[in-house]
Design a protein around this ligand. Structure first.
Ligand code: ATP
Length: 245
C-alpha cells in the first residue's frame, strides 16, 4: 500500500433488509493510528466493520481508501479484494476452524496472492510473534484456551499481511490477564509493523492502553469523536457504560 493512506467512511447508511442499523456514519482512520469504536451491544459496531470489509453493502454514503496515489473506493468491492488492498478483519467470536490445527488455521489466513507467496515467511513471523501458537502448531484450534484462540484469530489475520486491522471485540469472554496479554500483542504489532488498527472493545481501560482516539456509536449514529482517550473518558456515555461512574 502507498504511504500516507487513510480509510474514510462518509455518511454511511446500512442495515439488513428492513432493519436499519447505521445512520449517516462518518469516520476517518489515518495510517498508523489506533482508533477505538465504543458503543453498547447492538449499536452497529460490527455492522460498520462489515461495511468496511465489503461483507455488508451500505445503502448510502461512501467508503474509500485515500492514498498518495489517489482514491480507491471500497464500496461494491468483494471482501477478498478489500483484503488484497491490505485491510483484514478479526471477527467477533474468532470464527476459527476448530477441527483444523493451529497451523492449518494460520495457512487459511494467507489467501491473498502475495501473502501466499510469502506464506512461509509469514508463518515464521506469526510463530515468532505468538510463541504459544508455535508450541501448539499441530494441536486442534478447538482445543486451545479462549485466550489462545483469540491470539490465533489475530495471527491468522496477520497471515494476509494487512496494513489495516479491524478487530471486533477481541477481549469478549476472556479473563482480565488474557485481555492484557492480547492488547499487549496488538500494541507490539503496531510498534513493530506500523499497523493501523480500528477496534471495538468493551474494556475501556484496556482499549486506552493502545488507542490514540475514538468514536462513540449510539443507535447507529456517531454521537462523539474524541481526539484522545482522555477526552473519551470525560464523555457521559463512557462514564455510564464503560466506567460505571
Ligand atoms: N445478519 C443480520 N440480519 C439482521 N439483523 C442483524 C444482522 N446482524 C446484525 N443485525 C442487527 O443489527 C443491529 C446491530 O448489530 P451489530 O452486530 O452491528 O451491533 P454491535 O454494536 O456490533 O453489537 P454486538 O457487540 O452485540 O455485536 C442489531 O440490532 C442486530 O440484531
Amino acid at each position: 500500500m502507498a504511504n500516507n493512506y487513510k480509510i474514510v467512511v462518509d455518511n454511511v447508511d446500512a442495515g439488513y433488509g428492513a432493519v436499519r442499523v447505521l445512520h449517516q456514519v462518518s469516520m476517518t482512520i489515518h495510517e498508523g493510528e489506533t482508533v477505538v469504536l465504543l458503543g453498547t451491544n447492538g449499536n452497529g459496531k460490527s455492522t460498520l466493520m462489515k461495511c468496511i470489509m465489503g461483507l455488508v453493502q451500505p445503502d448510502a454514503g461512501e467508503i474509500y481508501l485515500e492514498t498518495d496515489g489517489g482514491r480507491v473506493d471500497l464500496m461494491g468491492k468483494p471482501p477478498e479484494e478489500i483484503v488484497h488492498l491490505g485491510i483484514t478483519l478479526v471477527p467477533e467470536g474468532r470464527r476459527l476452524f476448530p477441527k483444523l490445527s493451529v497451523e492449518e488455521n494460520l495457512l487459511l489466513g494467507a489467501y491473498r496472492a502475495d501473502a501466499r507467496r510469502e506464506m512461509d515467511r509469514n508463518l515464521r513471523f506469526c510463530c515468532d510473534t505468538f510463541p504459544v501458537l508455535n508450541e501448539r502448531r499441530k494441536q486442534l484450534a478447538g482445543s486451545l484456551s479462549g485466550g489462545e484462540q483469540q491470539m490465533l484469530a489475530v495471527a491468522r489475520a496477520m497471515m494476509s499481511q494487512p496494513n489495516i486491522l479491524l478487530v471486533d471485540e477481541p477481549s469478549i469472554g476472556l479473563a482480565p490477564i488474557l485481555v492484557s496479554h492480547l492488547i499487549a500483542k496488538i500494541k507490539e504489532l503496531q510498534e513493530r509493523y506500523g499497523l493501523t488498527v480500528l477496534m471495538t472493545e468493551q474494556n475501556f481501560h484496556q482499549a486506552t492502553k493502545i488507542a490514540d482516539r475514538g468514536y462513540i456509536l449510539v443507535e447507529g449514529r456517531i454521537v462523539f469523536e474524541g481526539q484522545s482517550t482522555a477526552e473519551l473518558s470525560e464523555h457521559e456515555f463512557v462514564k455510564k457504560y464503560y466506567l460505571s461512574v
